[in-house]
Design a protein around this ligand. Sequence first.
Ligand code: ATR
Length: 278
Amino acid sequence: MMTRDRIPLAGVIGSPVAHSKSPRIFRHWLNRFDVRGHYIPMDVAETDLEAAIRVLPRLGFVGVNVTIPHKEHVLEIADLVSEQAAVTGSANTLVFRDDGTIHADSTDGHGFLANLCSNVPDWEPGQGPAAVLGAGGAARAVVASLLKAGAGEVRLSNRTRARSEALRREFGARIRVYDWNEAGAMLKGARTVVNATSLGMAGHDALQVPLDGLSRDAVVSDLVYVPLETELLAQARRIGCQTVDGLGMLLFQAAPGFERWFGIAPHVDDQLRQAVLS
Ligand code: ATR
């Protein structure tokens, strides 16, 4: 248990973790709000994960973020799993409680929606079908949050169709599955379009879904944030769509952890974006 005069510690656990932008986000907020605390990146191997997490509260940690490849495994380690983490199938935020228990939560869906709403204030999930490219862990968080927010229809297209079918079985009839080679057709009439694949990321293959069906009323969002303006967003912008980049999701998903660990609800603003990009 933490004693009152201990400096609160938090951090991010992953492997590798050197690329993580979370330390920059938290450093910015700790400085900005003049909080006496630290945020530390920790590269932890799978085999050490449980032992590392169990010891952290005793070292003064109030919680940690969890990133690839541990986001699913931590659900088995936590004493309490939030509904959001259970639905998402992974956790990115652990809170170490005073009673010694570990609480796992997922803020990815919140980050996705908060980013969308902040950039396009009149966006509403009920405006029309949503189309999601991908069916991995990130897509799952996006789909769960869209459904929870009230989307009537969520279309899914993934290279490996079985993964989209599995999401349909789990989330029900509001999901419509399209073949990967029908991804272009899936965009027709969609009001919200999300790339939740790794395609378009620097060093990865290009996303080659034809956009001719895309309406200029659609809001197009990419979870990829390197580059900040992906080819998908650039093309959508040329069509006249409102576009939302993936960096904002990363910033918004971090906010609930900061609030729970350090007791202050932080702002996501341009200063933070610049601090993370610099
Ligand atoms: P994350 O947790 O970040 O979503 P993931 O579970 O590995 O990571 O999912 C990556 C997504 O990008 C998947 O939808 C994947 O498609 P598959 O399920 O078929 O693997 C998609 N993806 C990655 N590389 C791809 C490629 N070259 N072509 C099409 N889709 C690709």
